[in-house]
Design a protein around this ligand. Structure first.
Ligand code: CP
Ligand code: NVA
Length: 305
């Protein structure tokens, strides 16, 4: 059974195949030429955390493909509390053709996938956000007509979004630079996975503490919230460390003049990104959020079609 839990498990050519398919599906939708590629199929959507983009784009995506989605919120399944995760996996597999789950512990996705007899998609865990990275790469591809040879710079917290973005970048041949406060870098295990990919490809990956250095000559300047879901109690402390890591016009002046700005959203305007940048001419954030729909439709067709 093929799952989509971590881009590290996917071949570069398969990821590029998803992006090509996403581009085709997006064009078909704009031309009014959608086909019911998942007619009669159902996706179960398990959420332990809130969501706007992931929940809506998967639901709408299934509808547009002629299928159906069932929402299972935190109070319904109570993953691992009301019954075991492996029991949930086996029960759901009897009803649905795919499971998309947003969880706290990445290990809970592994438990779901171990027992599910249908594909399991990671809709975000504390460690990874691969659906986001797929939409991000589609956005980069649309902006520059290529991914290979570009430089993607991430500034902020070394979190789930940063991890998946780094893995996607190296898999698809882009240089990746990340600037974080020293104590908030990506985990060693993520660096090891990315470095293992680099041996096959001529890409550079580098960590910085100075955001100006990281974004130097970057094609893409990317950020995410400084306080991820589940970290609310760390908010005051994190805000103190992250102030110098804001994406503002001064920081952007160090990137290429044609650089685009990306954010997975939700944004905390005035914290990790200013209004001027988010609403400015270089912002790709709403194209990026729309691309969640197209990228995930490609993924759903690939896994459930
Ligand atoms: N970017 C993203 O995953 O947004 P949601 O948390 O709203 O789904
Ligand atoms: N890093 C953020 C991403 C939200 C889409 C979080 O995990 O809350």
């Amino acid at each position: 059974m093929r799952h989509f839990l971590d881009l590290a498990d996917w071949r570069s050519s398969d990821i590029m195949g998803l992006l090509d398919r996403a581009h085709e599906l997006k064009q078909a939708m704009k031309d009014g030429q959608q086909r019911p590629l998942l007619a009669g199929k159902t996706l179960g959507m398990v959420f332990q955390k809130p969501s706007l983009r992931t929940r809506t784009s998967f639901d709408v995506g299934m509808f547009q493909l002629g299928g159906h989605a069932v929402m299972l919120g935190p109070d319904e399944i109570q993953l691992g509390q009301r019954e075991s995760i492996t029991d949930v996996a086996q029960v759901l597999s009897g009803y649905v053709d795919g499971i998309m789950a947003r969880v706290f512990q990445h290990g809970h996705l592994l438990q779901l996938a171990a027992k599910a007899t249908v594909p399991v998609i990671n809709g975000l865990s504390d460690d990874r956000h691969p659906c986001q990275a797929l939409a991000d790469m589609l956005t980069v591809y649309e902006a520059f007509g290529q991914i290979e040879g570009l430089k993607i710079a991430y500034v902020g917290d070394g979190n789930n979004v940063a991890a998946s973005l780094m893995l996607a970048s190296v898999k698809l041949g882009a240089d990746f630079a990340i600037a974080t406060p020293p104590q908030y870098g990506l985990p060693q295990t993520v660096w090891e996975k990315a470095v293992a990919e680099v041996t096959d490809r001529p890409v550079n990956i580098k960590g910085y503490t100075n955001p100006n250095e990281a974004v130097q000559d970057a094609h893409v300047v990317y950020t995410d919230t400084w306080v991820s879901m589940g970290q609310e109690s760390q908010r005051d402390e994190k805000l103190r460390h992250f102030r110098p890591y804001q994406i503002n016009e001064q920081l952007l002046s160090h990137a290429r003049s044609d650089a685009i700005v990306m954010h997975c959203l939700p944004a905390h305007r005035g914290e990790e990104i200013t209004d001027a940048v988010m609403d400015g001419p270089r912002s790709a954030v709403f194209q990026q959020s729309e691309n969640r729909l197209h990228a995930q439709k490609a993924l759903l067709v690939d896994l459930m079609g």
